[in-house]
Design a protein around this ligand. Structure first.
Ligand code: ZN
Length: 428
């Protein structure tokens, strides 16, 4: 197949190109259905709703989601400890569970008898996978759901699958050559292992292999790593974001520049403390609601941070996009109502080669947050006033919050320091 033909088309054109208004109508209808279903069939969800003082009729619109509490992975682990094995989250009897997966935790997750969620299939199609492809699936088929779910999703597109699992890179390369695999899916790190192994064996992926499309997930994909993989393997590498509990939430189209939200799932970006929606462009926690009756997840809080973008995409898909994953909520600090994340402070400091080490200290003066960047210089003879002014301007511009710069003597910041040291104390 022509490389360019892999960049066009849709897995489900009707859904992927519908107006945002229609999409919201459809999601609202599906939300009402799943809330009613889960209330009746999932004991824990019913308990949660009662605790929040809600009945299914209270959830009429997408905005009504805010009335419902967030569910975190820790809540599932705790509920499963109290009510084994599924913690009352399951929505079907055991006889209707096709597979029961075991994820780290351990968390026991029932899968439906017929897997028909299209989210991962959308992502794989957008990554260039097409009917007739032979795809080597290097995700782990042992206990975890992800490899099976991708396997089922590749079937929806019409691909043959080699259930390779991870490891055995040399054997994997032989299989890939013999079976003329045209697609590969795996973690970015394992694809890199394969690419390096090929190099050391004198295999030139562009001549000796038949690969056309690559798909990665489950790990961060820095652009530098993507470039390296693409040049070594000679194929475009696309990524998608999701969790085992909720399925795929967002995926890259051929034009990239963020990830389109999948159909058949509701994604919110919320303030992790209050569960309230953030405005587009503001960073918050990714929260997802799926429509999986076997294991309904309503407002599952992923712990990952991102933001919604407002741009339209020329690929033709009309769903909104989220930006890249910016980190985890447990590393984030809120200063004057704005989230500050270590990646942002790193980014500021990286622009100043004069800085050797830094630490951000958050304190309170009266009722006002104070943010101080403690900085050790490489060379203390630089003009500190000019440098301070430049740093303070960069802090304000990047973080939208004012911060002071304090130069400290070398050694004042311990080696194993926290990047952001929150020293605020709160009563009760
Ligand atoms: Zn697009």
């Amino acid at each position: 197949m022509e490389r360019n033909a892999r960049k066009t088309g849709f897995f489900n054109a009707e859904l992927e190109t519908m107006s945002q208004e229609k999409r919201e109508e459809r999601l609202t209808r599906k939300l009402q259905e799943i809330v009613a279903y889960a209330y009746e069939h999932s004991l824990t969800f019913q308990k949660k709703m009662r605790h929040a003082g809600c009945v299914p009729e209270d959830i009429q619109t997408l905005d009504d989601l805010e009335k419902l509490p967030l569910t975190r992975r820790e809540d599932i682990i705790e509920a499963q400890r109290e009510t084994p094995p599924f913690g009352g989250f399951e929505g079907v009897p055991r006889t209707q569970m096709r597979r029961i997966y075991v994820s780290p935790g351990p968390v026991y997750e029932p899968g439906p008898w017929e897997y028909d969620d299209i989210q991962w299939a959308q992502a794989l199609f957008a990554a260039g996978f097409r009917a007739g492809d032979t795809v080597q699936n290097t995700f782990n088929y042992h206990m975890w759901p992800f490899a099976f779910i991708l396997d089922d999703s590749l079937k929806m597109i019409g691909c043959s699958v080699i259930p390779a699992g991870p490891g055995n890179s040399l054997i994997q390369l032989t299989i890939m050559q013999k079976l003329q695999a045209t697609g590969i899916v795996g973690t970015p790190s394992f694809l890199m292992t394969l690419a390096q192994r090929a190099e050391s064996q004198g295999i030139d992926p562009q001549k000796d292999l038949s690969l056309q499309a690559g798909f990665v997930s489950a790990e961060m994909l820095p652009e530098s790593l993507r470039k390296m993989l693409e040049s070594k393997l000679g194929i475009p590498i696309h990524q998608a974001y999701g969790t085992v509990t909720t399925g795929c939430l967002a995926y890259e189209c051929p034009l990239r520049g963020g990830m389109h939200l999948c159909e058949d799932v509701i994604v919110e970006i919320v303030d992790p403390d209050t569960g309230k929606k953030m405005s587009p462009g503001s960073t918050g926690e990714i929260v997802a609601t799926n429509f999986n009756k076997a294991y309904p997840m309503i407002r599952f809080a992923t712990g990952d941070l991102s933001y919604l973008t407002n741009t339209t995409c020329e690929c033709g898909r009309t769903s909104p996009k989220i930006g890249k994953i910016l980190g985890r909520t447990d590393q984030v600090t809120k200063v004057k109502g704005t989230f500050i994340h270590p990646w942002q402070t790193d980014e500021i400091i990286s622009r100043f080669p004069e800085v050797d080490k830094y630490q951000v200290v958050i304190t309170r003066a009266g009722f006002v947050d104070q943010m101080t960047f403690k900085i050790e210089l490489r060379d203390e003879s630089v003009n500190q006033d000019i440098l301070r002014a430049k740093l303070e301007r960069a802090i304000k511009e990047t973080l939208n919050v004012k911060g002071q710069v304090e130069f400290v003597v070398r050694g004042a910041i311990f080696d194993r320091h926290k990047k952001i040291d929150d020293q605020r104390e709160w009563d009760g």
